[in-house]
Ligand binder design. Structure first.
Ligand code: 3PY
Length: 253
């Protein structure tokens, strides 16, 4: 059985008070059963990680950072390391979001180092991959996604690969209001599972959760999550409203 996962990527939104208010509303709505059978994650900005992780102590909602630096410490002004995150009990991280790749120049090589740094501290990684519109229109989307996975992750041992959740986020569906159709999502998720199987074997491929991201909302989540290789979602804007986030959680069975 694969883990079913809904993760809210809050991006650069919310101060600490707004974050706690959002979580208060979410905790009032979410059922113990949802928390038992689904893995719910929220990912606030660095400044709110400590406050949010304390606030969520003794709940089953867990917290992920949106990034980290590949070095443990040193003269890297403005950066945050895996060691620092672990020191405040944050043991999950999102790596390789397309906004980090495009706006902050994160290459597959840099991401491979970030993956290694995270694993040194036994962190669980939500590793994002996805093609641009240009890639899709030129029919190179499978090749692009395959390189992102191979160059970012395929140096890992079988054991380390168990700490990876894949998030397929087509770049053309991020912040555009466009979503991949359920069939497009399934086609890519199935392709991803096959390349994992070729490298790590079918057991690991069948155990790896592959979640969908990119303008996922209460109206489209049910159809996307109904596909057999889609194990949940990485949710942007809709995770900033407790009711919408909960509706999306409820779409996952
Ligand atoms: C989106 O839904 O737009 C996202 O980028 C989720 O990470």
């Amino acid at each position: 059985m694969r883990e079913k996962i809904i993760a809210g990527n809050w991006k650069m939104n919310n101060g600490i008070d707004e974050s706690k208010q959002l979580l208060k509303e979410l905790l009032a709505l979410i059922t113990p059963l949802d928390l038992k059978v689904k893995k719910i994650i929220v990912s606030p900005s660095f400044t709110n990680l400590h406050g949010v992780s304390k606030y969520l102590d003794n709940t089953k909602i867990s917290v992920a950072a949106q990034n980290l630096h590949q070095e443990n410490s040193g003269a890297y002004t403005g950066e945050v390391s895996a060691h620092m995150l672990k020191s405040i009990n944050v043991n999950k991280v999102i790596l390789g979001h397309s906004e980090r790749r495009m706006l902050f120049g994160e290459t597959n090589d840099i991401l491979a180092s970030k993956v290694n740094a995270s694993l040194k501290h036994s962190m669980e990684i939500i590793f994002c991959i996805g093609e641009s519109l240009e890639d899709r229109e030129s029919k190179s989307h499978f090749e692009v996604v395959s390189s992102q996975i191979k160059e970012g992750l395929f140096h890992l041992s079988n054991k380390d690969f168990n700490n990876i959740i894949l998030a397929y986020e087509p770049v053309w569906a991020i912040g555009t209001g466009k979503t991949a159709s359920p069939e497009q999502a399934q086609e890519m998720h199935n392709y991803i599972r096959n390349i994992i199987s070729d490298k790590y074997g079918d057991d690991i491929a069948q155990k790896t959760s592959i979640i969908y991201g990119g303008s996922c909302n209460p109206n489209n989540a049910l159809d996307i999550f109904s596909k057999k290789d889609v194990d949940g979602g990485l949710i942007g804007g809709a995770s900033l409203k407790a009711k919408d986030f909960l509706s999306i959680i409820n779409c996952l069975n």
